[in-house]
Design a protein around this ligand. Structure first.
Ligand code: FMN
Length: 233
């Protein structure tokens, strides 16, 4: 059972401790790509797609970012968690049982090197599913800051070219900084992260947004680079 988190407890959590939690179980909404299957020194990069529409543009963008990370090093193993269709409760005063329970072991895996979180832009903001996911990660702060000092990359997909993508990226960064994570952008011109445009005529086909997909790839590549630089030798 998860420890009860009060406001006082949230504000006083100790920074970093070593994780000894067992390796992950497989969740229904996870697809993996192992660059070197079975490699003992593999580092895991999880991509979390936070659209209620499973397998749509946000998932495609996160998959592209993970592809970029794998370019950086064959040690990086990536997994895409598509939250579409899952029930994620957000933070609640009493422990709750939802689909997050199956994802938690993956987030606690000691081989986890970083995260990429993608959200659709909803009213110039992150999706409620994305916010719920971020809040629901509270067990990763207590009793240890399991995500501390790991890179977090963010991307956003919107229906308009300037539909709030950078606002959403900043909201994701701000949330994950609360877990001690280190925000990482892409290299130029994707400085803040992945900014993608689900354009009108080709609705839901992100391959037409060449610039946006490249920003996702660059984001993943830089997260992959930082993950490798921060990883224990
Ligand atoms: C409730 C809702 C609010 C939206 N708000 C915005 C918005 O503020 N700006 C924008 O450009 N697009 C907006 N969109 C469009 C989505 O961001 C866009 O279609 C995105 O590609 C959806 O991601 P998905 O394909 O992964 O579901 C909105 C869509 C919905 C359903």
């Amino acid at each position: 059972m998860e420890p009860k988190v009060t406001r006082r407890r949230f504000c006083s959590l100790t920074p970093i401790a070593t994780l000894t939690v067992a390796a992950a179980t497989t969740a229904a909404s996870v697809s993996s790509t192992a660059a070197e299957p079975g490699a003992d020194d593999a580092l895991i990069l999880l991509g979390v797609a936070c659209s209620p529409r499973r397998g749509k543009t946000t998932a495609a963008a996160v998959a592209k970012a993970l592809e970029g990370a794998r370019e950086w090093s064959p040690r990086i193993r990536t997994e895409l968690i598509d939250l579409g269709g899952l029930r994620i409760a957000g933070w609640t005063p009493e422990p709750v049982s939802d689909d997050f329970d199956a994802l938690l072991p993956k987030l606690k895996d000691p081989r986890l090197g970083g995260l990429i979180i993608g959200s659709p832009c909803y009213f110039r903001s992150l999706s409620s599913l994305c916010k719920a996911f971020i809040e629901r990660c509270m067990p990763l702060r207590d009793p240890v800051m399991a995500l501390a000092n790991k890179p977090i990359g963010a991307l956003a997909v919107a229906g308009n070219r300037n539909g709030g993508q950078e606002l959403v990226i900043q909201q994701i960064h701000a949330g994950m900084i609360s877990y001690g994570m280190l925000p990482v952008g892409g290299h130029s011109p994707a400085m803040l992260g992945g900014t993608l445009w689900n354009n009108g005529a080709d609705r839901d086909d992100l391959t037409k947004d060449v610039t946006g997909m490249e920003s996702a790839r660059l984001l993943g590549r830089h997260v992959g680079e930082c993950l490798m630089r921060l990883a224990p030798k």
